[in-house]
Design a protein around this ligand. Sequence first.
Ligand code: HEM
Length: 226
Amino acid sequence: MATVQSASPRLIRRTALAIGTLVAIVVTFAAIRVVVDWPHISSGTPPDDDFAERYVEHPVLAYSHIAPGVIYLLGAPFQLSRRFRTRHYDVHRRLGRILLTCALVSGVFALLFGIPLAWGGALEAAATVVFGIWFLACLFIAFSAIRRDEVSRHRRWMIRAFAVSIGIGTIRIWVGIFEGVEQAISRGTSPATPDPVMFGIAFWLAFVMHVAIGEWWLRRTPDLAG
Ligand code: HEM
């Protein structure tokens, strides 16, 4: 059996920094989406790239995923902080209902947008099915656990849900790495162009990494700590 230890303050600080960085990346890309898409959505003009086209043509599907997802990602770190939970238990409960609703809506629309309209093709669509359903399943199990007062089980499944959702920031890091490698190989002679296959691979790499990190964190921290 693995030895269960509590997370050291240094590990908690590093984790908080990593989470802060990933949330900042996601919020930045969500803001870029709004800036790029909004003029086209409001004027009814098509954008000139096929990536943005889907967001402009299906704003309800796209933004019903992005907007509640951003609210969830901004609020969830507080919910997962032991200090916040113990000091503000009432806020934790009330905020929890709002964030859970946001996460469920975002997860359902990830499937509705990401499966039929995947820019990264079958690879991205398949990753969306697997990890989108995993995200929703974690939320459902976490909710049913707390309804039965199973606090420790609730914590474990909420950590799993958050770990996979924050993978959306790591996708962008992988896309950046792929573009950097492509530029280095072409010695800067061709501009880095986003590639649908690379985008699909980035989905798989990021989400698998995040599910694994979530499991590692759960083994590393004892029940209700960290
Ligand atoms: C809950 C937190 C989440 C937030 C804040 C979020 C945010 C975003 C943002 C900002 C985009 C636009 C991407 C861009 O323009 O660069 C996006 C797209 C997308 N997200 Fe999420 N997301 C979240 C969770 C998830 C989850 C759990 C999945 C399931 C696998 C998912 C699947 C997708 C898909 C398939 C797309 C479309 C990518 C494309 O353009 O083809 N997201 N999301």
